[in-house]
Design a protein around this ligand. Structure first.
Ligand SMILES: *Cc1c(COP(=O)(O)O)cnc(C)c1O
Length: 470
């Protein structure tokens, strides 16, 4: 596969270069494959649907062709995924796709574990370590730290905004030892991301250290996230025959989004033949993308703190990739969008619990409520010309091409549950009056000592620290 760049389409690199560089320091752009090969129709039409690992292997194959042989790829997939996504029906036409069954209890394990194994594969013959810099607004850092921990030849530095993530998230970041460490930055997620981006474009630093990224800008995190969209779409399509007797349903993926890596992976899965009709971009108050879809103007802005803090992103990096794949009209055809403020998030967790008994986390709750509103008539109101104000929480006043499928009850929604509710225990408890169950692997982490290193929001100091300590 040849990869190009969102800012310079004369760029042509192989998979290894795209993965190891993370982003193109010359242009500041993001790598993107030049094509999205369709899976074989025999695989797409299989009933029962193929297993998660089968889907993963077949989707990864064209992107690593000629660089990772089949047996090594199969070993990477096997080692990366001892767990898999789970599909939970909430009612006739609503499903939750649970993506938190990996070691750090969030969906980012899917991308991070694949990427770590691919990087380790490509780094086998190198004499010096590869230094991974990661900015995280919550779950990226722990997934990356966990995925790379004790992997030889790789070294990880995590930057997170001090005081802006939950207690469990902080424990998950700050308790690593050995080749993984965390810096707590006096600033926001966007500040952390800027420090990392500046480091990548600093040629003097890059002459001293081999640097790579691991957040959602790395193509080796984005591609594997497509696996669960394909798996869920194929599996759900087949079970609809029993669940609701809708044959060939319009499958709508409802994606709680921040940096829009997850949603971009869904777009890739769709290009590869996943039976996905559309998407709902669901955000918190950081509604840069919903506003873009509503108004046509893209205005990146500083991030705002919310209860769904892994989505506190005001300048989503993957906007560049979405724009490289589709124009605004196509995006409006494919996407509905939706946002909730903090009050709405609490109400959504409560509504989900009351209506279905399911305990959902603050991120997934926005997706749940988005689909519920769409199904319960908010999209129909829009179709009938009732223009709601995009400055108010709820459905963005833009009608996707698939609206008729919802109105004729031929659509099903799959809300992506991106984290275990236990990671956001206090918000969930506030909403439903009881604590969500705590997975054992989280409980163990709460007992480990905190090793995070304080860091000012100052590139000079950050650079000096890197040079002295790595
Ligand atoms: C990272 C994260 C998101 C947002 O994913 P993006 O790919 O940045 O859009 C949503 N929910 C949780 C729990 C996350 O950790």
């Amino acid at each position: 596969m040849i990869y190009t760049d969102t800012r310079d389409n004369s760029v042509k690199v192989d998979f290894k270069t795209a993965v190891m560089n993370g982003m193109n320091s010359a242009s500041g752009g993001l790598y993107i494959p030049t094509s999205f090969p369709k899976l074989d129709s025999s695989l797409l039409s299989k009933d029962p649907a193929p297993s998660f690992r089968d889907v993963a292997f077949n989707m990864a194959k064209p992107y690593v062709e000629g660089e990772i042989p089949d047996n090594d790829l199969a070993a990477i997939i096997q080692d990366a995924y001892p767990f898999q996504p789970k599909i939970v029906p909430l009612d006739n036409t609503s499903y939750v796709l649970e993506l938190f069954h990996g070691p750090t209890c969030a969906f980012k394990d899917f991308g991070a574990r694949f990427m770590a194994r691919v990087m380790s594969y490509f780094n086998r013959s190198e004499a010096t370590p590869l230094h991974i810099l990661v900015a995280t607004s919550g779950d990226t850092g722990s997934a990356v730290g966990s995925a790379f921990h004790n992997v030889p030849g790789l070294d990880v530095t995590i930057l997170y905004p001090d005081g802006k993530i939950s207690a469990i998230q902080e424990k998950q970041l700050s308790t690593f030892t050995g080749n993984v460490r965390a810096l707590k930055v006096k600033g926001t997620f966007d500040d952390c991301q800027k420090l990392v981006k500046t480091a990548f474009t600093d040629n003097e630093l890059r002459s001293k250290l081999r640097l790579s990224s691991a957040n959602s800008i790395n193509i080796a995190r984005l591609l594997p996230q497509g696996f669960y969209y394909m798996y869920a779409a194929l599996t759900t399509r087949n079970r609809c025959k029993i669940d609701n007797k809708i044959s060939d349903p319009a499958i709508i993926m409802v994606v709680p989004s921040g940096n829009f890596g997850n949603l971009t992976s869904g777009l890739i899965a769709r290009e590869m033949g996943a039976p996905i009709t559309g998407f709902v971009a669901a955000t918190n108050t950081n509604r840069t993308i919903p506003d873009w879809i509503a108004t046509g103007d893209y205005n990146a802005r500083p991030s705002v703190e919310t209860y769904a803090n892994a989505m506190d992103v005001g300048a989503p990096s993957n906007y560049e990739r979405i724009k490289a794949m589709y124009n605004l009209d196509e995006v409006r055809g494919l996407f509905a969008s939706y946002w909730l403020d903090n009050n709405g998030i609490i109400e959504a967790i409560k509504a989900c619990h009351q209506n279905t008994g399911y305990i959902i986390d603050p991120h997934g709750a926005i997706a749940y409520k988005a689909w519920k509103d769409i199904k319960d008539g908010k999209l129909e109101e829009l179709v009938n010309g009732k223009k709601n104000d995009f400055n108010k929480p709820g459905l963005t006043p833009s009608v996707p091409d698939w609206a008729d499928k919802v109105l004729s009850k031929k659509a099903i929604g799959i809300a992506l549950e991106t984290a275990s509710p236990a990671k956001f225990g206090s918000t969930v408890t506030d909403a439903i009056g009881r604590e969500p169950p705590m997975p054992a692997r989280l409980e163990e982490i709460m007992r480990l000592p905190d090793n995070a290193i304080p860091m000012d929001n100052d590139y000079g100091k950050f650079k000096d620290w890197l040079i002295e300590n790595l």
